[in-house]
Write a protein that binds this ligand. Structure first.
Ligand code: GKR
Ligand code: MG
Length: 429
């Protein structure tokens, strides 16, 4: 068996995305993703997926060059390669995370997001070579299916008139009735039983009303609200007070570890985050200040599936819960999330996934949610197969773009509907 990497393919694509609203603006009609393929000397291909904005591509290209000749089993070596890849850290170190809502982006985080795409591709290839599923390479699954939550968004019926876009059949959701209707569709289509509402879009009272409406429509079901840090400490505490009886947790109500700690100290509602704990370096302060009770890992920016397992172990040591964050993604990433989530012992919250919002995929067969769960595949590797024709179509769309959509920018998308829109300063309320 020859596990040497003989070829690496990078395919940037643009994927259709509905007009989902968040505190920074609205999703653009197409979102960039990067599909990574590694091919071994024996001709086995492994696939991975990660963020596809230009800044990731600029790191992924030299990374891909350095991978040739290494082995798909050399997963630790991927971090060495990442260190070698030159990056102008000063340029990105303090960059504002426009549209990504994944906390402040550092050069390290960008690098780790790139590593994750290659790590998943290597694990897929290694699993195929050994005849083992990725979860087995990670130590084995402790559950046969992984639970996901319905990720509800305030949403327009369509992208602004005149903007080229794909149509979706979800309708609009801009008030409590619309949010409940969207949640019903999620349960009918996928069987989800827990719900997360992306907030920070409307004044807090309107979002409180939406969560109350959900609680009435789905009594006893786990509910979460995530305004991506749009609120002050005072507003966060007021929302926690008003929704305390129905919330499973409040996600990133306010920005920064100190502000989160202030909220956490004065409410019994658990706080979750994918914004204030996004790297190993941020853990110590957050955990010692008891700022967060649940960390939402995103295997992309945590540096892959094995780093996610390490994060879960640290969380376990501190009695902090762990679950999974998501951003717009396709089936390769959902498969990767499902494999790693299957290996995490204390996974007590349904994971997030944007996947139902993506009508397009690069797989021959989409992954299915049944009863809100994705079955953990026991097939070799990730258990997914690339649809090369679809991949080529989505890549052609990326090639045809003049650059406007190659970097996600939710504020720019909002300015098409509202030319005076500026990214709101925080706290917004
Ligand atoms: O897709 O608009 C979105 C989300 O707001 C996403 O960008 C966030 O990263 O889902 C994420 C979150 O939980 O904060
Ligand atoms: Mg979040």
């Amino acid at each position: 068996m020859n596990l040497t990497i003989a070829e690496v393919r990078l395919t940037p694509i643009l994927v259709a995305d509905p007009p989902l609203l968040n505190t920074q603006g609205v999703h653009q009609p197409y979102t960039p993703r990067l599909i990574v393929e590694v091919v071994t000397a024996d001709g086995i291909t492994g696939v991975g997926e990660t963020y596809g904005d230009t800044k990731y591509l600029d790191l992924a290209r030299p990374f891909a060059e350095r991978l040739k000749g290494r082995r798909v089993s050399d997963l630790n070596g991927l971090f060495t390669v990442a260190d070698e890849v030159a990056v102008d850290a000063s340029e990105v170190e303090n960059a504002v995370d426009v549209g990504g809502l994944r906390g402040v982006q550092t050069a390290d985080k960008l690098r780790l997001s790139v590593v994750s795409g290659f790590e998943v591709a290597c694990l897929d290839a290694l699993g195929k070579a050994l005849g083992l599923p990725v979860h087995a390479l990670l130590g084995g699954k402790v559950r046969d299916a992984v639970e996901y939550s319905a990720y509800l968004f305030y949403k327009w019926a369509g992208h602004p008139e005149g903007v080229p876009a794909e149509q979706d059949d979800w309708g609009a959701a801009v008030d409590p009735a619309g949010v409940v209707e969207q949640a019903r569709r999620f349960t009918e289509r996928y069987g989800f039983t827990s719900f997360k509402l992306k907030g920070g879009v409307f004044p807090p009272d309107e979002e409180i009303a939406a969560v109350r409406a959900l609680a009435e429509a789905f009594p006893g079901h786990p509910l979460r609200l995530d305004p991506n840090g749009a609120w002050s400490v005072e507003t966060s505490l007021r929302v926690a007070e008003e929704l305390g009886d129905v919330l499973e947790y409040l996600e990133d109500p306010t920005l920064g570890t100190s502000a989160m700690a202030e909220v956490a100290a004065k409410t019994g509602v658990p706080l979750a985050t994918n914004m204030c704990v996004t790297t190993f370096a941020e853990i110590k302060e957050a955990f010692t200040k008891d700022a967060v009770q649940v960390v939402l890992s995103d295997h992309h920016y945590w540096g892959g599936l094995r780093n996610t397992q390490q994060l879960a172990a640290v969380c376990r040591a501190f009695g902090v819960g762990v679950s999974m964050h998501s951003n717009t993604h396709l089936g390769v990433s959902l498969a990767a999330m499902t494999h790693v989530a299957a290996t995490v012992p204390d996974l007590h919250h349904a994971c997030d996934s944007h996947y139902p919002w993506q009508s397009e995929d690069v797989l021959t067969e989409r992954l299915a949610f049944e009863g809100g769960r994705v079955a953990v595949s026991d097939a070799p590797g990730l258990g997914v197969e690339l649809d090369r024709e679809r991949l080529a179509v989505l890549h052609r769309r990326w090639l045809a773009d003049d650059g406007a959509l190659r970097d996600r920018d939710d504020a720019a998308a909002m300015r098409i509907a509202d030319p005076r829109w500026v990214t709101p300063s925080v706290p917004r309320w």
